[in-house]
Design a binder for this molecule. Structure first.
Ligand code: ADE
Length: 226
């Protein structure tokens, strides 16, 4: 998979790819991530990428021309399955969307800033719009980092324990059950006896029950959605 991220602040999104799982995915060659500074395609001697909005109003709007040129340059070299625009009014990211996107070949992620992009970018160039939640960030970069993390960890080979990503919260529509590690007792608080029993079918059943109970308690909406 190849991910091209278009941003006015590349430095804001470099570090997530330089540590831990995402770093390993890049090093193993499972995913290629390229950051592109939109200012390289900015207009005039100031490398301008935004302008006042027609009709008046506070806040600048990112112009279509630099974005169009940047995307055209990328598309001249390869095909893309999606051009994703990060925006608070997009569809809210969930595990299902992450699963879908983890199966794509090449994607472009466009990070918005200021008041966002000229609507014609969304109408003509973007294929999908994603929000990471009902709150407004200063720009799309941190959202893009969240999206990339959610996608990349699902690509086979990225997480060494094959079943690990499959047992994440949400993968089966439920929250994950509680987990414990050593010591078996800490300051009077003990690990549930069943987990020490070695009885795998019973442990599986316990985990299923716990996952269901936790979901019912914390996120009943997930149960009615399924
Ligand atoms: N840009 C600003 N806010 C955002 C959000 N909630 N999700 C994605 N991109 C954004």
């Amino acid at each position: 998979m190849r991910i091209d991220i278009i941003t006015v602040l590349p430095e804001l999104i470099e570090s997530p790819f330089q540590a831990s799982i995402l770093k390993r995915a890049v090093e193993k060659g499972i995913v290629e991530v390229h950051l592109h500074d939109l200012r390289k395609y900015g207009l005039n001697k100031y490398n301008q990428i935004d302008d006042y909005q027609y009709g008046g109003g506070a806040g600048m709007v990112m112009m279509i021309e630099p974005i169009d040129k940047m995307i055209a340059k990328l598309k001249a070299d390869r095909d893309y399955d999606e051009v994703i625009y990060m925006t608070p009014d997009g569809e809210t990211l969930n595990q299902g969307i992450a699963n879908q996107l983890s199966m794509k070949g090449n994607i472009i992620i466009l990070c918005g800033h200021y008041k966002g992009v000229d609507q014609r970018v969304r109408d003509l160039l973007v294929t999908r719009e994603i929000s990471i939640g009902d709150y407004v960030l200063s720009g799309g970069e941190l959202g893009a980092a969240v999206l990339c993390d959610a996608i990349i960890r699902l690509i086979p080979g990225v997480i060494s324990d094959e079943t690990s990503a499959l047992t994440d919260s949400f993968q089966d529509g439920l929250l994950a059950p509680p987990v414990y590690t050593r010591p078996a007792e800490y300051k009077g608080s003990s690990v549930p006896e069943i987990l020490l029993s070695g009885n795998l079918p019973k442990i599986d059943k316990w985990r299923e029950d716990q996952a269901y109970a936790r979901t019912k308690n914390r996120r009943p909406d997930l149960l009615t959605d399924h």
